[in-house]
Design a binder for this molecule. Structure first.
Ligand code: SF4
Ligand code: MSK
Length: 649
């Protein structure tokens, strides 16, 4: 295996990495090498920088210091480090949710003219969930759609107010927690981890993990779980549901993936980050006849929009916009030499992009006041003039087309088809038919053993692991064993590139039972549910499964497991914690988890939690072993439910 093959299994990535090497352009893999050996104390979670008496570190061999200056031991330090990552991850997703809810508020007041309420049914359902009467009171004088219904803007106004209150709530619990099965709600209540206001949970976790507050590692983790739940059943759910309302709920849609989606003769605009509110407008602007005309006048054949990371997943799910790549391909997209503009919003945007872009004609454009680079063009997004901003950015790309050095363009000829856009509602419809939407066929498939179980495989890439290898090897092994895989984020992009997200993949890779289901309903064996915040769709879908009946009373009863095989982001830690706290057995991949320096904490996470919340963590660095562990867990749950074994061996 060559050095480049060790870096990535993806042929497009390998090709561009060769180009980067030839042209002496550094990427994340090179920078990782220059960091090695990475700090062992940091890897073990044993370094503390919380106060200015430190930094302190605990000797993992038991010979040197076993406590910091303040007296904190390995358990406290490792637990605090981990909990702070949960708080950061929750803040990122939840701040995204807040911004989307705020856009809904502006829209309801007539200030965000470029958006409209596209999913009225979802708006009404959500309003009812929040106790808003969608009928106008008799004699209220409110303008109405019909005799008795409030206009959608009025509902949106009341709803956005309630949603925004979820962030600052001082009393009571998050409304979305009621979506969980009753038994799960009771577990949270008993443990005192039902999340309250989203901001409150983040702030409280930061408070209790500062110097001299919470010193009990178990208590720190319990508070961490409550904070994580405020993301999964709070901020992320707000983001997902409100985006569906104002951008439209996704439906299964075909698309293309990998660097080959960049077009040699077009102006290439790449959107990257997480929040789709602006990129949605970029999609519209890229189809603007006036801009297409301008692009043609500059010698291009047209405007080609493509995405990276989760912003890509969002515009793919709703419009079929091609995906240029996942996290580790952001620099590579620029290194193709064919990108006129990379416009970024927030999260997962490497600071290195500025330097890589400077090697080419590519203009890096920041759009969010929260995420800027020194010296980089900033065109600020405002909901009130979203389309105008999107047009302005695309114009920059068009003007930049003539600066492209054709000699340096090298777009790898690799692209793959995929189907995305599976939501909890769509699964209902596909499986139950339009007029009798139900999860019954899914539950029955699991009960009968045709389907062995379900798996959620999510998360990032990490240059410490062979790019995409863990995601695809694990997922292939799971579907071979009749496990239907639900995916989000960069993991979905990884598997899509290997052809696992097309219905035809079932025949090639899936076990007989899963194959029968995929063929009967025309779905791929791996379902793409969206971006990282859309992990909330998995939680709600799992709750529907319990509601449908036959698979236990609680989320922890379902024959299901989760995994983040190539994770890197703090957000992945938060997602892991809200899955575990919701009762899901969850495996984290090879990169060292910042807990291992404390045996007590590691045991608590990987053993004790199962008896407390029904889910637990596992750390594993081999994708086949990960699959075996997930299958063992799924079989254990089947046995507990008294289900017959798998239909086909
Ligand atoms: Fe050291 Fe304690 Fe301060 Fe951490 S909080 S840096 S362990 S003195
Ligand atoms: S983008 S959080 S690298 S999945 Fe959601 Fe990908 Fe991980 Fe960012």
């Amino acid at each position: 295996m060559s050095d480049i093959e060790k870096k990535s299994i993806d042929l497009a990535t390998q090709e561009v990495l060769k180009k980067a090497k030839d042209e002496n352009i550094k990427t994340a893999w090179d920078r990782l090498e220059s960091q090695e050996p990475q700090c062992g104390f940091g890897q073990l979670g044993l370094c503390c920088t919380i106060c200015n008496m430190g930094p302190c570190r605990i000797d993992p061999f038991g010979e040197g210091a076993q406590v910091g200056v303040c007296g904190a031991n390995a358990d406290t330090i490792a637990a605090r480090n981990l909990a702070r990552k949960i708080a950061v991850g929750a803040s990122a997703h939840s701040d995204h949710g807040r911004d989307v809810a705020y856009t809904l508020s502006l829209l309801s007041e007539g200030h965000a003219h470029d958006y409209e309420i596209l999913d009225i049914e979802k708006l009404k359902n959500l309003a009812q969930e929040f106790g808003i009467d969608t009928n106008k009171p008799a004699g209220s004088g409110l303008a109405s759609d019909s005799q008795s219904h409030k206009v959608k803007e009025q509902i949106a106004k009341e709803l956005s107010k309630k949603l925004l209150e979820e962030f600052g709530k001082q009393e009571g619990e998050l409304v979305f927690t009621k979506r969980a099965p009753k038994k799960r709600q009771a577990i949270w209540k008993k443990l005192g981890i039902t999340p309250r206001g989203i901001d409150r949970e983040v702030v409280e976790l930061l408070h209790t993990t500062t110097m001299g507050v919470d010193n009990d590692y178990k208590n720190i983790i319990n508070n961490g779980m409550r904070c994580a739940l405020s993301d999964g059943w709070g901020g992320s759910m707000v983001a997902t549901d409100v985006q569906d309302i104002i951008l439209g709920a996704p439906e299964p849609i075909r698309g293309k993936v990998n660097l080959g989606v960049l077009k040699e003769n077009c102006v290439n605009i790449v959107v990257h980050g997480h929040e789709p509110i602006l990129s949605e407008m970029a999609v519209k602007a890229s189809q603007d006849p006036e801009l297409i005309k301008l692009a043609k006048a500059k010698g291009a054949e047209g405007i080609n929009l493509a995405g990276i990371c989760c912003t890509a997943n969002e515009v793919l799910m709703r419009h079929g916009v091609p995906v240029a790549g996942n996290f580790l391909q952001q620099e590579l997209a620029i290194i193709t030499g064919a990108v006129e503009v990379m416009m970024v919003d927030v999260q997962c945007i490497m600071p290195a992009l500025q330097e890589v872009a400077a090697c080419f004609h590519t203009k890096l454009i920041t759009t969010n006041p929260k995420a800027r680079f020194p010296g980089v063009t900033h065109i600020e997004f405002e909901s009130e003039k979203a389309y105008e901003v999107a047009k302005q950015i695309i114009k920059v790309g068009i003007e930049n087309f003539s600066n492209r050095n054709k000699e340096r363009v090298n777009i790898p000829k690799y692209e793959m088809d995929l189907v995305a856009g599976f939501t909890k509602e769509i699964v209902f419809q596909i499986l139950g038919g339009k007029y009798r939407a139900t999860y019954k066929p899914l539950n029955e498939a699991i009960i009968s053993g045709r389907l062995r179980g379900l798996a959620g495989v999510v998360g990032c890439n990490n240059p410490k692991q062979t790019h995409d290898y863990f995601h695809t090897t694990l997922v292939k092994e799971l579907i071979k064993n009749d496990i239907l895989v639900l995916q989000t984020g960069c993991s979905a992009i990884a598997c899509a590139k290997q052809g696992l997200l097309i219905p035809e993949a079932a025949k090639v890779y899936a076990g007989k039972g899963l194959q029968e289901i995929c063929e009967a309903v025309g779905i791929p064996p791996v379902l793409h549910l969206g971006s990282c915040v859309d992990n909330s769709r998995i939680l709600t879908a799992a709750s529907y499964i319990i509601e449908e009946g036959g698979l236990g009373q609680d989320l922890s009863d379902i024959p299901a497991a989760g995994c983040a095989p190539e994770w890197m982001s703090e957000k992945a830690i938060t997602i892991g914690f809200y899955f575990v706290a919701s009762g899901v057995y969850t495996i984290f991949g090879a990169s060292p988890f910042a807990t291992l320096g404390s045996k007590n904490l590691t045991d608590y996470l990987t053993k004790d939690l199962e008896g407390i919340v029904g889910g637990r963590f596992e750390f594993c660095d081999d994708p086949i072993k990960m699959a075996q562990l997930m299958i063992e867990h799924i079989d254990k749950k089947r046995k507990a439910l008294n289900l017959r074994p798998r239909m086909y061996q």
